[in-house]
Ligand binder design. Structure first.
Ligand code: HEM
Length: 86
């Protein structure tokens, strides 16, 4: 359920930037995009540009009409949160 979803700061998101372990954030939600890579109509290479990053802007530039929330619902990992201050 929603209560078990993780709170993920950018420093943690950044570590998931590999082909076999790729996460990306869209509008505050973090998704595991690894299983979708092979299915992306725009290709794996394009999608890997946002691995480990916030892809909100690039996504809006390429296809604002596509619904990520709907498509990747099963791949939701958690929510992007600010870096904890030290
Ligand atoms: C095409 C999904 C991220 C670049 C598409 C299409 C879908 C899709 C459904 C087909 C759209 C259509 O035909 O109307 C997604 C999802 C993403 C994602 C779910 C995030 C998880 C990205 C990113 C980029 C990108 C970050 C660019 C860096 C493209 C391009 C096409 C495309 C260039 C056009 C391919 C073509 O028609 O030749 N994507 N996309 N996508 N996507 Fe993505």
């Amino acid at each position: 359920g929603a209560t078990s979803l993780a709170r993920i700061p950018p420093s943690v998101l950044r570590t998931h930037n590999k082909r076999d372990d790729a996460w990306a954030a869209f509008s505050g939600k973090v998704y595991n995009i690894t299983p979708y890579l092979a299915f992306h109509p725009g290709g794996e290479k394009e999608l890997m540009r946002i691995a480990g990053r916030d892809g909100t802007k690039l996504f809006a530039l390429t296809h604002a009409w596509v619904n990520v929330d709907f498509m990747l619902d099963a791949c939701l990992v958690g929510f992007l949160v600010p870096e904890p201050s030290s």
